[in-house]
Design a binder for this molecule. Structure first.
Ligand SMILES: NC(=O)c1ccc[n+]([C@@H]2O[C@H](COP(=O)([O-])OP(=O)(O)OC[C@H]3O[C@@H](n4cnc5c(N)ncnc54)[C@H](O)[C@@H]3O)[C@@H](O)[C@H]2O)c1
Length: 340
C-alpha cells in the first residue's frame, strides 16, 4: 500500500515509518521536519519537507492511506501561540483530511489523544465516556475528531481515530517532554525526579513501538471494524499514578531522590480502559513501562542519546525556531544573516 505519513519525522513517525517499510508498504513523509530528518540515509522512505497548511495536494496522487501524526504535540508548545496552534492542529489537520478525501484516499488514521478525557470522571474511561479536554492541545484533538466523524464521514473514506495514551520509549526523534522519558533522563543526569501536585493523578502510558503497531494495524484492518471508530490505544495495566511512576524510575536508577513540587501545571487526571481495541482488532501491547525505562537508560549510558540535544525538548525547539524566525525577519539581507 502507498502510505502518506504526515508528521512522519516526529517521535511516533520516526518509529512508524520504518515499520511500515518492513511490512512492505511504500512510504512518503510530509513534514516540516522541525526536529530533523532521521531518514536521510533511508532511501525506501521519501521524505518531503512540507506543511499541512500549504502542501501541494499532488503529493496525494496514488496514495491509498494517510496517517496523520503531525502537529504541535504538547500543551506548553500549543499555548505559545494559540493562533498558530489552531492553524496547524485544526486548520492544517482538516486541510489534509479534505484533500485526502478528494484525492480518493481510502483509509485515514488520525492520531488523537487520551487527553480529550481531560479531568476524567471516574476510572476506566471508555471511548463512549464524556470528553472534558482541559487544554488548547486537547480541545484541538476533540475538534479534529468531530470534523473527521462529522462533515467528512463517508462509506468510501474510511476514518479511524486512535486516542493514544502518553507515549514513552526510545525513538530516532527523541522526546524528553513525556513523563516516562523525562523522569528517566532526569534520574540518570541529576539523580533527582520532581513530582508535581502530589503525584496521585492517573495517566495511561504506551510504548512508542506499540503505538506504531496500532497505526499499522488500523491501516489494514477490515473497514467494517474501523470506519468511523475511535480506539483508545494502550493497556489497562499501564495506567499509573505519577508518584508510582517516579518510584519505578527511582528503583531502576539507584541513588535517585524523588522531590515534590506543590502544584502541577498539567491538569490531566484520567484512568483509561483499553478493552475495545483488544476485542475488535485483537491488539495488545507488548512492552512495559520498565522496558521503556531500561532502553532509554541504556541509550543514555552508551552515548546513543544526547540528553542536551535541544531537538529532544519540544517546547525548547519551538521557542528556538520562533526566535530564529524573528531574528531572520529583522536582520537578514537577501535571505542571509552572516554569509555574504
Ligand atoms: N507522544 C505522545 O505521547 C502522544 C500522545 C497522544 C497523541 N499524540 C499525537 O500524535 C502525533 C505525533 O506525536 P509525536 O509525539 O510524534 O510528536 P512530534 O512533535 O515528535 O511530531 C510531530 C511532527 O509534526 C511535524 N509538524 C509540526 N507542524 C507541522 C506542520 N505545520 N506541517 C507539517 N508537519 C508539521 C513536526 O515537525 C514533527 O515532526 C501528534 O499529533 C500528537 O499530538 C502524541
Amino acid at each position: 500500500m502507498h502510505v502518506l505519513v504526515a508528521g512522519g519525522t516526529g517521535y511516533i513517525g520516526s518509529v512508524l515509518c520504518p515499520l511500515l517499510v518492513e511490512k512492505g508498504h511504500k512510504v512518503t513523509v510530509l513534514d516540516r521536519m522541525y526536529f530533523g530528518n532521521p531518514f536521510t540515509k533511508t532511501p525506501e522512505i521519501t521524505a518531503v519537507r512540507g506543511d499541512v497548511r500549504s502542501f501541494d495536494p499532488a503529493i496525494l496522487r496514488g496514495v491509498e492511506a494517510v496517517v496523520d501524526v503531525s502537529g504541535i504535540s504538547n500543551d506548553p508548545s500549543c499555548e505559545l501561540e494559540p493562533e498558530l496552534t489552531k492553524g496547524v492542529n485544526v486548520d492544517g489537520g482538516k486541510r489534509l483530511a479534505r484533500y485526502a478525501k478528494e484525492a480518493g484516499v481510502r483509509r485515514y488514521v488520525y492520531s488523537s489523544s487520551c487527553s480529550v478525557y481531560g479531568h476524567g470522571e471516574g476510572m476506566g474511561l471508555t471511548e463512549t465516556s464524556g470528553r472534558h479536554p482541559v487544554s488548547l492541545y486537547a480541545r484541538a484533538k476533540a475538534e479534529m475528531e468531530d470534523v473527521l466523524f462529522g462533515e467528512l464521514k463517508s462509506a468510501s473514506f474510511e476514518v479511524t481515530a486512535l486516542r493514544l495514551a502518553t507515549v514513552f520509549g526510545l525513538a530516532p526523534r527523541m522526546r524528553f517532554d513525556l513523563a516516562v522519558n523525562v523522569m528517566t533522563k532526569n534520574a540518570y543526569v541529576n539523580r533527582r525526579i520532581t513530582v508535581d501536585g502530589g503525584g496521585r493523578q492517573w495517566r495511561p502510558f504506551v510504548h512508542v513501538r506499540d503505538v506504531a503497531d496500532a497505526f499499522a494495524l488500523a491501516m489494514v484492518s477490515d473497514a467494517k471494524l474501523v470506519n468511523g471508530e475511535v480506539f483508545n490505544v494502550g493497556s489497562t495495566n499501564n495506567n499509573v499514578q505519577i508518584l508510582n511512576l517516579a518510584f519505578r524510575v527511582r528503583d531502576a536508577i539507584p541513588g535517585t531522590e524523588v522531590v515534590h513540587a506543590p502544584t502541577d501545571p498539567d491538569l490531566r487526571d484520567y484512568n483509561v480502559n483499553f478493552d475495545k481495541i483488544q476485542r475488535v482488532l485483537d491488539y495488545s501491547t507488548k512492552r512495559t513501562i520498565d522496558d521503556g525505562i531500561k532502553e532509554i537508560l541504556e541509550a543514555l549510558k552508551d552515548g546513543r542519546l544526547d540528553p542536551d540535544d535541544r531537538r529532544w525538548y519540544t517546547l525548547k525547539q519551538y521557542l528556538f525556531l520562533r526566535e530564529a524566525e524573528r531574528v531572520h525577519a529583522e536582520m537578514a539581507l537577501e535571505g542571509r544573516l552572516l554569509s555574504s
